[in-house]
Design a protein around this ligand. Sequence first.
Ligand code: HDE
Length: 665
Amino acid sequence: MSNKKQEQLQQFRKNNDQQAMTTNNGVKISEDENTLTVGDRGPSLLEDFHFREKIMHFDHERIPERIVHARGFGAHGEFQVYEDLSEYTSADFLTHPEKTTPVFVRFSTVQGSKGSPDTVRDVRGFATKFYTDEGIFDLVGNNIPVFFIQDAIKFPDLIHAVKPEPHNEVPQGGSAHDTFWDFFAQNPESTHTAVWAMSDRGIPKNFRQMEGFGIHTFRLVNKEGQSYFVKFHWKPKQGLESLVWDEAQILHGKDVDFHRKDLYESIEKGDYPEWELGLQIIRPEQEFDFDFDILDPTKIWPEDQVPVKIVGKMTLNQNVTNVFDETEQAAFHPGHIVPGIDFSNDPLLQGRLFSYTDTQISRLGGPNFNQIPINRPVNEVHNNQRDGMHQMNKHEGQTAYHKNYLNNNDPHTTPREEGGYEHYQEKVEGRKIRKRSESFKDYYTQAKLYLNSLTQPEFDHTVDGFSFEIGKCKDIGVKQNAVNQLNKVDRELAERVAENVGVELPEENEEVQTDAKDSQLTMTKYNIPLEGHSVAVATNGDISEETLKSYAQVFADKHLNYAFVGPHPKAISEDFGITETYDTAHPTLFDSLIVISDGSDMHPAAEEFAELAYKHNKPIVVNEKAKEQMANSKVNFDAPGVITSDDPTAIVQAFERVRYWDRER
Ligand code: HDE
């Protein structure tokens, strides 16, 4: 436990010392382990108000889970802008580099229920609440820069298709089933996002190494009332990494909490994850300069056409005290916005603005959810809204209406020049119609652009992702339709998936032609720091204290997380030793593996550890004696990223790359 946490705990114990247990009405309780009965063995009595209250409260401890993004985990932190952005926006938190703005971030999966595994293949939510001095700004985004649909009215259809099927509630947590792929094939606007989700982006290694995207086009508005179109990005300082699909599936069972633990433990240790905020800005006069519609949420703005300007940094540095109070009750809403930021006419965003308050009312039990501590702004709130379920405020005075004479017309409105929110006065004209804009109709060019930007192993993984998911469908028509759709994007993808899932290869299509110039999409541009990665050291349990300490020293110097694994736990000194066993540890839980032997027989599981770490392309170091003992294993000791050495620093060299994808071919 970190020193900070220990101090907090001691303070908490001190504050709570000698506190008498009471009912919710403040009556001291004399006995809390037996209900009130007639005699030792007699019936219970209705008048037992303490029992009644305790059980009633327990029976109502749960609230409905989020309809989507139910599985999530959050943390607190702060944001600071690097430079004054008043050229573009009047937002206080984006124009004062000297200020730090508190934030709360919740990461999530989309499909699964609250208890589903962390490592499923899915889009991840990345929702940030900025507690600015001018009110709350929520950036409710995802880890993939585009979305499956273009118009909000299709959201219930998309979600009904991806959620577990209604007749058997299967599958939990993923999209490998008929209804999702039926939706995909019948609604080609979903193609681009599906390609991202089937690529490595759908199985991030952890939350710390994910990008975040606001997806929609928003507006920035400066003090003079000039407006710019903007897309928001979060770029992880930790680099970008993904799991291997086989590893992700094993992790569903080995550790359903893999992602939340990683975030929690990093923050506890003081390894605070950081993201830089990036803005892509388009001037109003450039609105129609592109071969895609900038209001279409299924499109990126390629970075070579619209560069990302890095403007600030967010650091997550504090875990929540209570997950229910903070993370579960956090109410995000794209409509929580501050002066200097505004919406565009993206039809998906417009629908979201309408939707999110509904969800809060049903989850959080009424219209006063903004008063729950995690949802309260840091600045003061004054208005004439009153009463309602779970009202927590004590409103004083006689008036609750605007305008009034009795209270000097307070609370009063504020003009834009003094910080009042005013919507950007966009000029709009048109007929009332239900029709998708023609400019939204290219579904394939950017899907192809993304595929072209992938390196060979990433492309292969994407083929595997589609083959697994479409292959899991039961209906041959659904499979065929899905592959027909892929054929409109990329011939090789269609050929390989058709073969893997056993359907006919459609006739060759005229392929979309694009250049893969969009550097944002390749992972190689990320410099992945060594710090924060983890090492399992597989031993036979008899390794000397001196040897183990020499390894531990290297890990400490390089900020690597580690565990010594043996047949039994073995304390070497008070807080040092073999902490994990071959039953509790598993190679999927670590980024790399070292196998060390002192010559005595290795535990058979050590060889299995090495084989799996090898299969998942991880850095491996074995010492000479361990290598001799594993002569018959499936590990190729000459392969890239497998080093034979007795030197504890060899792991640093092995981490030259975090994964050795070339072992796959
Ligand atoms: Fe959401 N979405 N969404 N969504 N969404 C919710 O709100 C909805 C969309 C996103 O950690 C819900 O409080 C509609 C796009 C995240 O608490 C709900 C539409 C993007 C989170 C809802 C969309 C998102 C949500 C469920 C189509 C990426 C989790 C619980 C118009 C930009 C926030 C809740 C958290 C949550 C509705 C589309 C991201 C039901 C109607 C596009 C990250 O209100």
